[in-house]
Design a protein around this ligand. Structure first.
Ligand SMILES: Nc1ncnc2c1ncn2[C@@H]1O[C@H](COP(=O)(O)OP(=O)(O)OP(=O)(O)O)[C@@H](O)[C@H]1O
Length: 258
């Protein structure tokens, strides 16, 4: 069984920290039925790095990214996106940070069924009063292979096509931080590889930070760092992962499960 490296906090002196969590805690239910989905998590997510979050089903990964995105409020602890402490923002300010700084790709995609692919992708620009960059739009459409989806409504698309449209929507504002829950879960190997390569390059070249939850060791191997999550805590991490080192890390993680 492989050892998993203890989590590091506050040691990325060379890379500016894009996303910080301190003491982040969220419990669902109460009494005997209480489940602490995220349990005093401290995290520093550096800029320019693709970070994967892996761990057993029910370990709290989705809850963690929802808290990091400000979609859900923690019971205690703080999330900082750059210099913004999410807890200190009004709902309006939070919406502004979410709209301009953060891109989301979540399970279920949240595409608007009455709007075309094109309008869905461009919605974050309209909502945030941002101008469209035609070249960037065309580049995303090309990279994601969604030319024919632009004039279709989501219900006329397959799950994989909807997922690609949702990824284009997340990237259209060139957000500093992208939070994604299984972003390639409905895609074939080729499409997944292309999208993950793009995310990795845009982290490296644009200084973007992507945090993605995945169950797929191959997808995780595109990351610069894998966080190993169990029982609502970061139990370790793997730097420069390969599919084999990720599998070994998951094996080691099984040993710390409740
Ligand atoms: N809205 C909710 N109400 C009550 N319990 C919840 C709620 N959301 C999540 N939980 C519980 O919190 C724990 C963590 O759930 P979460 O969805 O964050 O895990 P996960 O690691 O993302 O799981 P999976 O890999 O299966 O998607 C689970 O025990 C789950 O049952």
């Amino acid at each position: 069984m492989a050892d998993i490296t203890a989590p590091e906090v506050g040691t990325h002196a060379s890379a500016p920290v894009a996303l910080t969590a301190r003491g982040l805690t969220k419990t669902y239910g109460s009494g005997d039925a209480a489940v602490t989905a995220v349990d005093h998590v401290d995290l520093d997510i550096p800029g320019g790095v693709l970070t994967a979050v892996m761990g057993p089903s029910g370990s709290g990964k989705t809850t963690l990214v929802h808290l990091l995105a400000g979609l859900d409020r923690p019971d205690s602890g703080e999330v900082w996106i750059g210099d913004d402490n999410l807890a200190a923002l009004s709902d309006k300010q939070l919406a502004k940070v979410r709209g301009r700084v953060v891109g989301f790709v979540f399970q279920g995609f949240n595409l608007i069924q009455t709007m075309s692919g094109r309008d869905n992708i461009q919605l974050p620009l309209r909502l945030n009063g941002l101008r469209r960059d035609d070249e960037w739009f065309a580049g995303l459409v090309d990279m994601l292979g969604i030319d024919r989806e632009l004039d279709r409504k989501p219900f006329e698309m397959s799950g994989g096509q909807q997922q690609r449209v949702a990824i284009a929507r997340a990237l259209i504002t060139r957000p500093r931080v992208v939070l994604a829950d299984e972003p390639t879960g409905n895609l074939d190997t080729h499409a997944s590889a292309e999208i993950l390569s793009h995310l990795r390059v845009s982290c490296r070249e644009l200084g973007q930070s992507v945090v993605m939850v995945t169950h797929d060791p191959t997808a995780a191997s595109y990351a610069g760092r894998v966080l190993l999550f169990a029982n609502g805590r970061v139990e370790g991490h793997i730097t420069d992962p390969s599919p084999d080192s990720v599998l070994a890390g998951l094996d080691a993680l099984a040993g710390v499960e409740r």
